[in-house]
Design a protein around this ligand. Sequence first.
Ligand SMILES: C[S@@+](CC[C@H](N)C(=O)[O-])C[C@H]1O[C@@H](n2cnc3c(N)ncnc32)[C@H](O)[C@@H]1O
Length: 220
Amino acid sequence: MAKLDIVGVGPGLADYVTPAARKAVEKADLVIGAQRSLALFCEVKGEQVVLTAKNLQDTLKKAAEAIKADKNVALLSTGDPGFSGLLHTVLESGLFNTNNIQVVPGVSAIQACAARLNISWDTAILFTFHEGKISEEQKNKLGSAVQYGQNILLLPDQKSFTPKDIATFLLKKGVNPKTPVYICENITLENEKITQNTLEGVASQSFGSLCVMVIKQTSR
Ligand SMILES: C[S@@+](CC[C@H](N)C(=O)[O-])C[C@H]1O[C@@H](n2cnc3c(N)ncnc32)[C@H](O)[C@@H]1O
């Protein structure tokens, strides 16, 4: 039976693309992904479709039709598909039978940052505010976790909840302005930049779109 492989392609550097991801792409009749994800694969035999925010729904429909026609589809998702990735989008679309979906895990940007900063992420709290996942409840959960002194790894939203907005929100909640923060930009890429800062420092600066914000309060 044809499958939709939702393939995690890692944080950006080709070294972090797993052999399992390469195999899924090799066997696919149709390979769908953002330009920067497709560029990680030198030899793609199947048809390629560049995924954009505008063509997302039409492309998912095309993928569903391809599967009905017994063609294997690889849908590339940056990092890991299950962390603020395309798994959620696919499940929500209702276009696919879950028996036809297979997730190929990838290295999340969150994991890559934890590794860079020697954070044991089993005790860290993970948040994503990416693409509008910003409710008052989520923001308040973040505030409580920071006040509780936990390590936080989070994906900001470049439009509506940037690192600057997050720092400003936490300061308003009464969090210590000297709380240590790391901003990890373009992790694993040539222009990788990790900046050590404080909440009050981040509240007055802007950062690039490919970034993870880390609030590191314990040595673990
Ligand atoms: C749609 S989310 C995808 C997250 C992905 N599924 C993961 O597990 O890493 C995209 C966000 O992930 C973060 N991100 C992805 N790659 C990154 C990298 N190389 N360096 C820093 N942040 C990255 C950025 O916050 C970006 O806006």
